[in-house]
Design a protein around this ligand. Sequence first.
Ligand SMILES: Nc1nc(=O)c2c([nH]1)NC[C@@H]1CN(c3ccc(C(=O)N[C@@H](CCC(=O)O)C(=O)O)cc3)CN21
Ligand SMILES: CC(C)C(=O)C(=O)O
Ligand SMILES: [Mg+2]
Length: 292
Amino acid sequence: MSEHPSTTSTPAEVTAPYGTGVQAAPQRRVRVPHLQAMKERGEKWAMLTAYDMYSAEIFDEAGIPVLLVGDSAGNNVYGFETTVPVTVDHLVPLVRAVTSAARHAMVVADLPFGSYQASPQQALATATRFMKEGMAHAVKLEGGASMVPEVELLVRAGIPVMGHIGFTPQSEHVLGGYKVQGRGESADRLVEDALALQEAGCFAVVMEMVPAPLAARVTEVLSIPTIGIGAGPECDAQVLVWQDMAGLRGGKAPRFVKKYADLRGELGRAAAAYAADVASGAFPAPEHSFPE
Ligand SMILES: Nc1nc(=O)c2c([nH]1)NC[C@@H]1CN(c3ccc(C(=O)N[C@@H](CCC(=O)O)C(=O)O)cc3)CN21
Ligand SMILES: CC(C)C(=O)C(=O)O
Ligand SMILES: [Mg+2]
């Protein structure tokens, strides 16, 4: 059962999800104005990462309006320790898989480290690959005021851009590790970065590991939606890496994670039960076998 607010039966009959309450023209895909309308109505929403077909399908059917194909695929799909080694070629096929499976959600492609910082032209070339080959609906990039020329060119070219400030994992070597950003005198700079991104044309801004009162201040000041991860409850939206949210990954999760399931335990038990059945001869049973 779909829990998208206004997705009822067949796609053809679906009316605007996250619409204004006014009957809009049939509209099955979440788009920038829907997110803007939700901010104006004070409706909070959740974003999740997705990197493959089934996760995208499940989250889409659960009514998640925005799916992010994060460069966090680096440490959640490809087995790297960080997002730094991730390339465009790593992500394009994953974006394509997610856009193919998501019927309603807006799919945002994360631009990986080194694929957009050299120039606005490089950013446009990279974003264009994600739009054409990945069939993404928007892109995300890390950085504040310094990224204004890149954001402006992408938006001028017709590509919706999501910003990302606070802790920006692609810069962890400069930032000196996984640390809360915007404490003390750097708070005003974070507000300025957020405003610069909005002014440049971003449709939303992710804030990662920012003190809750500062994130609340940015959310108040900005007219576009803020999306928090470790940025307190006052943001317009929240984002989590799905394997964190669903308890698939092992080890100690960051403070900002809440586990809503124990997929790791569940999947481990399934694998062990299957192996035990094979060992005992209980699987395959006659119903799994083909008679002559
Ligand atoms: N699975 C996963 N979840 C994420 O949230 C995530 C990724 N991967 N990969 C890309 C970035 C990296 N992120 C991370 C990763 C680890 C911490 C972390 O270890 N935080 C600790 C220490 C904070 C501190 O020292 O102040 C914490 O307890 O929150 C934070 C953000 C967020 N993103
Ligand atoms: C955690 C989110 C915001 C992200 O950038 C990612 O998943 O790569
Ligand atoms: Mg990312």
